[in-house]
Design a protein around this ligand. Structure first.
Ligand code: PEP
Ligand code: MG
Length: 324
C-alpha cells in the first residue's frame, strides 16, 4: 500500500469526474515539516501553535517564537502555512498559567476567549508571526470563534499589530490572510458578515462534532456514539458549504475526520474542496478520491438520506464494496 501511495504522491487528488480536492497537512512541530515534501501535501492547513507553549516552563519569548515560525515558513518554501493562534486554557493548562477551576473545561475559558480577555500573550504571538514572515506571506487563523464579534476583535488585534510594525518601519507581510476556525455550531448560523469578513474558514471537526452532538471528544464512553456520517452532521456541513459558496469564502476541513478516506469522500461529495489531515493520511485519502465519482457518491448519500437512515455510512460502504 505504501508503494501505491508513493506512486501518486506528485499527482493531484483529482476525482474521476474531474474535481480536484486540495489536500493539506496538519502540523505542530518543526519536526513535522519534512512531511510536507514526503506526503505530497499542498501546504500546512493547520499549524497548532500551542505545543511550543506547552513544552516550556515559562512563556516563550517573542524572539524565540519568531525564530521558530520563521524556520517553519522557510521549510515550507512556496507552500502556505496556516498558523493557528494559541488554543489553550482549561484542559490544556500551561504550567505558568493560573489553573482555572472549571466544571466544563472544553466549554470554558479557552482559546480565543483567553486571547481576547487577556490579550498580552496573543499579541506577542501575533508580533512574532509578523516578524517571522519578514515580508513573506502570512496566514493566521483564530481558534474557537463562536460569534461574529469575537472574530472582529481578534482580527483587529492582528491589524493593529501590523500597523505597529509598519510604524516601526519593519517589513510587512506581502500578503495577509486572516481566517477563523468553525468549531461551534453557532457559527454555521452566524450573520453573513462573518463569512464576508473571513478570508477563509476551516472547520475544526473534532470540536464541532463534540458540540453538535453534546458528546465529549475525550470521553471514551460517548465519543464514538455519534457517527460523523450521521445525516444531521452532514446537513450541518452542507449548510456551512452553502454559506461559504454564497459569500465566496474559501472553506476547508481540518479535524481528524478529514484523514479518514470514507469521510473525506463524503465531505467532497457534499461540496468540500479542501481538507487538512495528518501527513500519513494524505496517501490513503488521495487514493480514495482518485477512484471516486463524486456525483455518484452524492447520489448514494442522497438516496440513503431519503430513506430515513441515521448515518449514510452503511450505504456508502455498500456502494464502495460493490463498485470495486
Ligand atoms: C478541531 O477541533 O477539529 C481541530 C482541528 O482543533 P483541535 O483538534 O486542535 O481542537
Ligand atoms: Mg479544536
Amino acid at each position: 500500500a505504501q508503494r501505491r501511495y508513493a506512486s501518486i504522491r506528485k499527482e493531484p487528488a483529482k476525482t474521476l469526474c474531474g474535481t480536484t480536492i486540495a489536500l493539506h497537512m496538519n502540523a505542530g512541530l518543526m519536526a513535522d515539516l519534512p512531511s510536507l515534501q514526503s506526503s505530497g501535501a499542498e501546504g500546512v492547513g493547520l499549524f497548532r501553535t500551542e505545543l511550543q507553549f506547552l513544552v516550556r516552563s515559562k512563556v516563550p519569548r517573542r524572539g524565540e517564537l519568531a525564530a521558530l515560525y520563521s524556520r517553519v515558513m522557510e521549510a515550507a518554501g512556496d507552500k502556505r502555512v496556516v498558523f493557528r493562534t494559541l488554543d489553550i486554557g482549561s484542559d490544556k493548562v500551561l504550567p505558568y498559567m493560573k489553573p482555572q477551576d472549571e466544571p466544563n473545561p472544553a466549554m470554558g475559558w479557552r482559546a480565543i476567549r483567553v486571547g481576547l480577555d487577556k490579550p498580552g500573550v496573543m499579541r506577542m504571538q501575533l508580533q512574532a508571526l509578523i516578524r517571522a514572515a519578514n515580508g513573506r506571506r502570512l496566514t493566521v487563523m483564530f481558534p474557537f470563534i463562536a460569534q461574529l464579534d469575537e472574530f472582529r476583535l481578534a482580527r483587529d488585534h492582528l491589524l493593529r499589530e501590523i500597523e505597529r510594525e509598519d510604524r516601526l518601519g519593519r517589513p510587512l507581510p506581502s500578503k495577509l490572510e486572516i481566517g477563523a476556525m468553525l468549531e461551534t455550531p453557532s457559527v454555521a448560523f452566524a450573520p453573513r458578515q462573518f463569512y464576508e469578513l473571513a478570508d477563509f474558514i476551516s472547520i475544526g471537526g473534532n470540536d464541532l462534532k463534540q458540540f453538535f452532538f453534546a458528546a465529549d471528544r475525550e470521553n471514551e464512553r460517548v465519543r464514538r456514539r455519534y457517527d460523523t456520517l450521521n445525516v444531521s452532521f452532514l446537513s450541518l456541513l452542507e449548510q456551512i458549504v452553502e454559506r461559504c459558496r454564497d459569500t465566496d469564502t474559501p472553506l476547508s476541513f481540518c479535524g481528524e475526520d478529514a484523514g479518514r478516506p470514507v469521510e473525506a469522500l463524503c465531505f467532497a461529495a457534499i461540496g468540500l474542496r479542501a481538507l487538512s489531515m495528518r501527513p500519513a493520511s494524505i496517501g490513503p485519502v488521495k487514493h480514495m478520491l482518485r477512484k471516486a465519482n463524486l456525483a455518484e457518491a452524492r447520489a448514494v448519500i442522497d438516496a440513503a438520506r431519503a430513506s430515513g437512515v441515521q448515518s449514510v455510512r452503511p450505504a456508502v460502504m455498500d456502494w464502495l464494496r460493490h463498485r470495486d
